[in-house]
Design a protein around this ligand. Sequence first.
Ligand code: ASP
Length: 333
Amino acid sequence: MKRRTFLNTSIFASLGLFFGKAVFASSSNKQNVSISTSEKTLNNPVVVSTWKHGTEANKAAWKSLKLGKSALDAVELGVRVTESDVSNKSVGLGGRPDRDGNVTLDACIMNHESECGSVAFLQHIENPISVARKVMENTPHIMLVGSGALEFALENGFKKTNLLSPDTEAEWKRWKESETQKKPEINHENHDTIGMLAMDKEGNLSGACTTSGWAYKLPGRVGDSPLIGAGLFIDNEIGAACATGMGEAVIRIAGSHTVVELMRQGHSPTDACKLAVERIIKKHKNLEGLQVGFLALNKKGQSGAYSTYSGFNYAYTDQNKEELIDAAYKMEW
Ligand code: ASP
């Protein structure tokens, strides 16, 4: 598990600068001196995201955090990189389609004020995360799905795009011909959903989660990724968590919410993820192919991850380092 130092000492304080007001009595009334200062504490920003594709996404998020932007802006900008990467076959543009050859996308976003937005079964839009943010900011709702989500996106200026790349189309055709209809493998070679969690210099947490879901799924299937509490959860008092892997298993234990609640009980990010994974294992009779990974970030900026099977990793970026960290896990494949 990676740890980092959480600086309670504000940079401004160390520079001798203070926000707030200081009221000094006149020299003739020194005994009534009243000083009221409110010192602003700055935090060291940090961003973490699932899988190796998180490395590129983190770069965009970090650039934004370094400019002093909010964690919310950072996670949106970060995961957009993965959504727009046509070579990534599990998120956004170029994502693998459902059984009938249609690419359907799920995404959600949540900020430090527990505001959130989500889209599911959204077609033809390259960056569902930005549509989710618009749902959060411009509507009284939290979740829009299917044709309603598409209509909302088009009304808000998003452009229709063909999401099926020649590569994923050819793969899908081969799959259809083979009629194996097997479950897609969810492992380190088949990079999955991107979930991203960030803390900005104000110490505020936000997160984003976006995916094309389970390849060759039944039409209409929605996984954990756009579900607040399953694929993503933020509580700015405690921490943030997101999930990747088999969404059906994550939903059954309200996975990300569970991880945050375990951190509330005092568990470290890694232990909270581990306990959630163990709960999933306990609730399933058949563990074959059941890869689920959780990633968590607490209010102190400490992160951790855990998965059912080996192979899960996450990208970590702060002011001192940029690395890909192997998650702890319960079982070898
Ligand atoms: N969790 C995603 C889903 O079930 C897929 C994944 O992460 O691979 O839709």
